[in-house]
Design a protein around this ligand. Structure first.
Ligand code: FES
Length: 87
């Protein structure tokens, strides 16, 4: 199975809109998934500027899947979904 990559946006918009809490993923993911999933910080993913007024920051990308208004729970859910899908 290919590694799942989790890109946590650390751009200003996402960070201010709650992305700071997502830093927890750096601890949780390796403990929970070992080397099956890698967490990578990422500069602005370009998603926040599409429609600022209705921005759904913070954004996280799990492989190609965008998680908007991301929380730790939502990201873990998406990872679990993709793992189940890959089995
Ligand atoms: S700051 Fe996160 S998508 Fe732009």
């Amino acid at each position: 199975m290919e590694k799942i990559s989790v890109k946590v946006c650390t751009g200003t918009t996402c960070f201010v809109m709650g992305g700071a809490n997502l830093q927890e993923l750096n601890d949780i993911i390796p403990k929970k998934y070992g080397d099956k999933v890698e967490v990578l910080p990422s500069n602005c993913l370009g998603l926040c500027s599409i429609n600022w007024e209705y921005s759904k920051a913070p954004y996280v990308k799990v492989n190609d899947e965008v998680v908007s208004e991301a929380t730790v729970e939502k990201v873990l859910e998406e990872i679990n979904k993709q793992i189940a899908h890959n089995l």
